[in-house]
Design a protein around this ligand. Sequence first.
Ligand SMILES: [Mg+2]
Length: 413
Amino acid sequence: MERLWDAGKAILHADLDCFFAAVEMLDNPRLKGLPVIVGGTGPRGVVAAASYEARIWGVRSAMATARAKRLCPQGVFLDGTYSRYSEISKRFHSVLRRFTDEIETVGLDEAFLDVSGCLQLFGPPQAIASEIRRLVKEELGLSVCVGVGTTKQVAKLASRRAKPMISAGTIGASKGVVVVWPNEEQEFLDPISVRELWGVGPKTYQHLKSIGVERIGDLRRLPDATLVGIFGRAGARARLRASGSDSDTVVSGSLRKSIGREQTYPTDIYGPEQIDRELVRLADNVANRMRIHNSAGKTITLKLRFGDFRTITRSVTLASATDSKGEILGHLRRLFPEGASERGIRLLGVALSNLTLGGIAQLRFDDGYHSKREEELAKSVAKIRERFGSSAISPASLIDATGVGTRKERHSN
Ligand SMILES: [Mg+2]
């Protein structure tokens, strides 16, 4: 008889294998079986994704490309084609949405699904997981691993264990789906390194190690006072996560329809110079917000309201999505109707729509951002991207559709 999912929520974590590298192999079958490394190839470039064949050589996501080249000189290093990854990511998410709307996008290649409400319709969670895996293989030609559990933390750690293991220079078989049944969370979690638990950054890990706490089970058994001493107010939450009984919920966030900014002026503005200054300001503002929301848009719309309240909008749709201030500004200048600056403008608005998840490049940090607040993280992403540009591309898993940073993964698959 089939075992029943008879307690708790049913949460899936679906994670595409070596996403960018896998897409490159899909599009160029000659790359199959080779150590493919996608990332920034400039001097400050970072590895965004590596095939399992490259991981055998020790290449990992978020590693400096220069180091990856030393470890794996025979590797095929590619800059990556982000519009293509974004397109495939959309198709991946559309497969997931056939099962539920309760999807939390973690990155281009990763999402949590709460399928608790659709077990009647689609069968037990392990069957949904297998079906997702089958559909993604069949329709996208890619491999996805799925973890199943009653909490997000458990599902996440389960999907990681569904991935092929690399040991002694060989790529092991992929389990594909790992299910942690209700009431078996502790058994599953206890032997796992505390390093893999959300909320445990490098510093906290060192601290825990120094008091002999290496495994999640050790942490679970710590007295309250010790937990509070280490995690502060988050102590109780750490214990719940370590017990597989936290209540982190799947927060469904689909991509926004548009990102924009409008400005009504206290007195009408006139003249090409004043108006151009305002267009520069709006373009800057919208470009920054695009970055913070990790989006790029294909359609740029300019809205004008004249002193007499007459309102017009003009838009242009580009061949490929942008989040660049300069590009947005260039189009706004072209969209601005000739002679309109002499008529007195009461309101100007700029919006980007037709949005693409993931912006132009995805960023992830290797270390040190673990316990930072999500907003700070989102802002740092925008800043770092500004500093390093597209040569600092790194892995896909940090930013979700709303631009909110997620917890750091130590090992990405
Ligand atoms: Mg992945």
